[in-house]
Design a protein around this ligand. Structure first.
Ligand code: AHR
Length: 504
C-alpha cells in the first residue's frame, strides 16, 4: 500500500503493523535454498579444488567456502543444473576420477567438463553443508531408464548391481534423495518443448523416479518462467497428482533486455530503481501462478518451487561470457531481502526457493579468486534472515511512501515478519530509497515484546561491494536507531538499507 502522508525531501515516514494476533502458516526452511550448477567457476574453483590442492580442503572441497556456507544453515541444494542438467549423464561422474570421461559443457562456454565432481562428491558437499540434496534429472537428452537407474544407484540398499556399484565406488549406505527435478526449463534449453508435450514427457519420466529402501522423494516438474501462466495451467491440469512441486524461474535484469542487461557495478540511481522495480514483480508472478494452481489444487498440495531467482547482469569485464561471473553490491543485498520477504508472504504456496547461484555465478553469496574468498552483500542478507527459517509467518500492514524516480514510483519500504519456536518475533525491513532515511512507527498487535534489538546492512554507495583486497564495505552492524514508547517502536532506517529486528 502506498502511503499518503506528507514526505520531506530527505526523510520518509511510514506505519508498520505486525499482526502477531493473525499468525499464518510456517515459512518453509527450503525457501532459503541454493543452486549449484556446473557453470563457470562455481563447482570447479569455487567449491571443488581437488584433494591435492594447496588450497585447504576437505576431501577436495574448499574448507573456507564450506565453513562460510555452513553458517547460512542452507536447507537444500540443487545440482547439477540448470541447463547443464538436461545434458548430464550421471554415469560420467562415478568411479575412479582419472577414468571419468571428459565431456564438453556445450551450454556454458564449451569448456571441458572433467566429471571430477559427480554424484559422490555432490552428496559429500551436501553432507558437509548439512543441506538436503535436490537432484535435477535429465529429461531433455536423457532417458527414463537413466533416471530410474540413478535413483536406484543413490537410494537402494539392496543387493542389486547398481547398489553394489555404489558400494564399490566407496559408499556403503544409500543416500536419501528427498527432492528430484524431472527436467529443467524444458520450454527452452531442456528440449524446446511445447507444454503439452512436456506434460506427457513428465508423466512418463516421473513414473520411473522411484524411491528405494524407505527413501521418500518429492518430484518437481519443470515450470514456467516469469509470467508464462499458460505453462502452469497446462501442467496443473494435465499432470496434477503426479508432481509434488512445480518450479518457477525469474531473473532480475536491470534493463529487462537479455542482450544488454547492465553492469553489476558503476550503475546510476535509475538502474538501481529499475532493478528494484523489476525484482518486486516476483510478488505479482507468485500471486498469479498461485491463483492458477489454486484452481486445480485448493489444498495447496503442490508446492511452487522458485528454484532459480536472482540478479543477472552483464558478466564482469575480462571474464568469459559463458561463466556468468558478476560482482555483487548493496543493490543485490536489497534484491535478496525483497525476494525473501516476498517468499515469506506467500509461504502457503512457496515451499522452496533456490538463489542462482551459490558461488562465483550470477547472484552469488561467495566469490573466490585463487585462495581468496569474499562474502558478498547477498551472503549477509541470507545470514541475517536465517532467523525466519521454519518460523511462523506473521502478516504485516505497511503504509509505505513512494520512492519516485522520473515518472515511475515504487514503495520505499518492504517488510515481512515471523515468530520463531522460542516466541521471538523477527521483522525484516528494506528501505529501497537510495537517498532518504525512513522513520517507521511500528506496533505489534496481540503481543507485547519487552526488548528490541537489531542489525542493519548498508553502505555509503548504492554499488558498494566487498572487494578481495580491501576491508569489506558492506557488512552487518548493530542497529540502534530506535526508541520504544508505550508499546510502540519508532525506527530510523538509513537510506538503501536492510534491517532485521528481534523483538522478545
Ligand atoms: O542459472 C543459469 C541458467 O539460467 C540455468 O542454467 C537455467 O536453468 C536458466 O536459464
Amino acid at each position: 500500500m502506498f502511503g499518503t502522508m506528507a514526505q520531506s525531501p530527505d526523510r520518509v515516514t511510514a506505519d508498520l503493523t505486525v499482526r502477531a494476533d493473525q499468525a499464518k502458516g510456517t515459512i518453509n526452511r527450503n525457501i532459503y535454498g541454493h543452486f549449484a550448477e556446473h557453470l563457470g567457476r562455481l563447482v570447479y574453483d569455487g567449491i571443488w579444488v581437488g584433494e591435492g590442492s594447496r588450497i585447504p580442503n576437505t576431501r577436495g572441497m574448499r574448507t573456507d567456502v564450506v565453513a562460510a556456507l555452513k553458517s547460512l544453515d542452507i536447507p537444500v541444494l540443487r545440482w547439477p543444473g540448470g541447463c547443464f542438467a538436461d545434458e548430464y549423464h550421471w554415469r560420467d561422474g562415478i568411479g575412479p576420477r582419472d577414468q571419468r570421461p571428459k565431456r564438453i559443457n556445450t551450454h556454458w562456454g564449451g569448456v571441458i567438463e572433467t566429471n571430477a565432481f559427480g554424484t559422490h562428491e555432490f552428496m559429500d558437499l551436501a553432507d558437509q553443508l548439512g543441506a538436503a540434496p535436490y537432484i535435477a534429472g535429465n529429461l531433455g537428452s536423457g532417458s527414463p531408464r537413466e533416471m530410474l537407474e540413478w535413483m536406484e544407484y543413490m537410494t537402494s540398499d539392496s543387493d542389486s548391481e547398481l547398489a553394489n556399484l555404489r558400494r564399490k565406488n566407496g559408499r556403503a549406505q544409500p543416500w536419501k534423495v528427498p527432492y528430484f527435478g524431472v527436467g529443467n526449463e524444458n520450454w527452452g534449453c531442456g528440449g524446446n518443448m511445447r507444454v503439452e508435450y512436456y506434460a506427457d514427457e513428465y508423466r512418463r519420466f516421473a513414473t520411473y523416479v522411484k524411491s528405494y529402501s524407505g527413501n521418500r522423494v518429492v518430484r518437481i516438474a519443470s515450470g514456467a518462467s516469469d509470467e508464462n501462466y499458460t505453462w502452469t495451467d497446462v501442467m496443473m491440469s494435465r499432470v496434477g497428482r503426479q508432481m509434488q512441486g512445480l518450479s518457477l524461474h525469474y531473473y532480475t535484469l536491470p534493463t529487462g533486455d537479455w542482450n544488454r542487461k547492465g553492469p553489476a557495478t558503476g550503475f546510476d540511481e535509475a538502474a538501481w530503481f529499475a532493478t528494484l522495480k523489476r525484482t518486486l514483480r516476483m510478488d505479482e508472478f507468485i500471486a498469479k501462478h498461485s491463483e492458477v494452481m489454486d484452481k486445480y489444487d485448493p489444498e495447496k498440495r503442490v508446492g511452487l518451487m522458485v528454484d532459480e531467482w536472482g540478479t543477472w547482469y552483464d558478466p564482469e569485464p575480462g571474464t568469459p561470457g559463458g561463466g556468468l561471473f558478476q560482482q555483487n553490491s548493496l543493490r543485490d543485498a536489497l534484491v535478496a531481502a525483497i525476494n525473501l520477504n516476498i517468499f515469506h508472504k506467500h509461504a502457503d504456496r512457496v515451499q522452496m526457493a533456490a538463489i542462482a547461484q551459490m558461488v562465483n555465478v550470477l547472484q552469488a553469496v561467495i566469490l573466490t579468486q585463487g585462495e581468496k574468498m569474499v562474502l558478498t552483500p547477498t551472503y549477509h542478507v541470507f545470514e541475517m534472515f536465517k532467523v525466519h527459517q521454519g518460523a511462523t509467518a506473521i502478516p504485516i500492514e505497511l503504509t509505505a511512501p513512494e520512492y519516485r524516480v522520473g515518472q515511475s514510483a515504487i514503495p520505499a519500504l518492504h517488510a515481512s515478519a515471523s515468530k520463531d519456536a522460542a516466541g521471538a518475533y523477527h521483522v525484516s525491513i528494506v528501505n529501497l530509497d537510495a537517498n532518504r532515511a525512513a522513520t517507521v512507527t511500528m506496533k505489534v498487535t496481540g503481543a507485547s515484546p519487552a526488548t528490541v534489538a537489531g542489525r542493519v546492512l548498508t553502505a555509503g554507495a548504492i554499488d558498494a561491494i566487498n572487494a578481495f583486497d580491501k576491508p569489506p564495505a558492506v557488512t552487518p552492524a548493530p542497529f540502534t536507531a530506535f526508541q520504544v514508547q508505550n508499546g510502540q517502536v519508532t525506527l530510523t532506517l538509513p537510506s538503501k538499507s536492510v534491517v532485521v529486528l528481534e523483538l522478545k
